[in-house]
Design a protein around this ligand. Structure first.
Ligand SMILES: O=C(O)CCC(=O)C(=O)O
Length: 353
């Protein structure tokens, strides 16, 4: 992955966790969202939730159908019976929480730059003067093996590298399963989407989000509205603190995480490959004044330098190709430059008709 012109951050980096821990009562202007983006300006349908699909228990056909309905209706679902060890899920989240509670000088050793984004970061995008989100994060590469570098992963707590390795292995297996189901549900060969991603050479990376307590949660967001640029996202939410909101028309639905469930969502690359039969969906994160929140987003992506375009079988005279070919390396430069911007990128990509 080349960082193009992304060399340095446009302004000195401020760690949101340090701001939060300084005890301020008023958030700096840099974090105050325009009124139409603030959480309070939208209605919340508190009773709704994204669907929950059980992948265990041998109900293969039924879970495939439920995934099809969830992808079409929501672009999001939760999975249980997914095969990833619940103890590992809990340990992964808590190991990362411990990392974020290390002294600042320990975390600063891993400070990232916009060139690759790897390491400890506090902003997405390099637009000078941008309104920022109320969160810090850690970004690392898991696959391909050539990009995975333990020296760029934290060394504390002492088990964290081992935990990430094992967690990644189990989540990659889950992604393979989901890719087969997504292919079958399109009437394709079960390997079709995986092959289009580059077969065994796919990419995978992880962003661990840390949302500190915020004294004015109604004025800001932990993460602004965006769709995920990659293929599939497997999110391990904070089981104790809701925060993720999924767009549904003009509403934002707050996800209520089921116990030891993952939240799965379709990314832009699967929207492109499916010629928009599957659609990525905007989501954002709200923060609160009493509890910090930790989430692990695992991104399963195409090999970064192969051309991604709608698969042949899904392009017909009635439904011509909606998107021109593009590599994921080219595609992700947009969010890395501009930061989270709703669905503007994948919408802008549409071929002129
Ligand atoms: O923290 C969350 O619940 C969502 C995180 C997210 O959307 C992301 O990392 O892209």
């Amino acid at each position: 992955m080349t960082g193009g012109g992304l060399q340095e951050w446009p302004e000195p980096i401020v760690r949101v966790q340090s701001l939060s821990e300084s005890g301020l009562h008023v958030i700096p202007d840099r974090y105050v969202k325009p009124p139409h983006q603030r959480p309070t300006t939208t209605r919340h349908r508190d009773a709704s939730n994204i669907p929950i699909v059980d992948l265990g228990g041998g109900h293969g056909k039924q879970s495939e159908e439920e995934i099809w309905a969830a992808c079409r209706d929501w672009g999001f679902f939760q999975v249980v019976g997914h095969g990833v060890s619940p103890e590992l899920m809990d340990r992964a989240r808590e190991a990362w929480r411990e990392f974020f509670h290390q002294p600042m000088e320990v975390k600063q050793r891993y400070a990232n730059s916009p060139k690759t984004y790897e390491g400890y970061g506090s902003r997405l995008g390099v637009q000078k003067g941008a309104v920022l989100d109320w969160s810090d994060y850690y970004f690392l590469h898991y696959l391909p093996a050539t990009l995975k570098d333990h020296d760029k992963w934290p060394s504390l707590p002492s088990d964290i590298r081992k935990v990430i390795d094992e967690y990644g292995k189990q989540v990659v297996a889950l992604c393979g399963r989901l890719m087969r189901i997504l292919s079958l549900n399109l009437g394709l060969n079960e390997r079709c989407l995986q092959d289009a991603f580059g077969g065994t050479e796919i990419g995978a990376c992880m962003r661990v989000n840390f949302y500190p307590k915020c004294p004015q949660p109604d004025l800001t967001l932990g993460l602004s509205s965006h769709s995920d640029p990659g293929g599939l996202t497997i999110l391990l939410p904070d089981h104790q603190v809701p925060g993720l909101q999924v767009r549904r028309g003009d509403d934002w639905i707050t996800v209520k995480p089921a116990k030891h469930a993952f939240i799965v969502n379709i990314g832009d690359q699967v929207q492109v490959l499916s010629n928009a039969i599957y659609r990525s969906v905007e989501h954002r994160v709200i923060v609160n004044s009493t509890k910090e929140r930790v989430s692990l987003a695992f991104f399963y992506n195409p090999k970064s330098d192969i051309s991604i375009q709608p698969v042949n079988e899904l392009v017909t005279k009635e439904r011509p190709s909606l998107y021109p070919p593009m590599t994921f390396d080219q595609y992700r430069l947009y969010i890395r430059t501009k930061g989270p911007c709703g669905k503007s990128q994948v919408e802008a990509l549409k071929s002129p008709r």
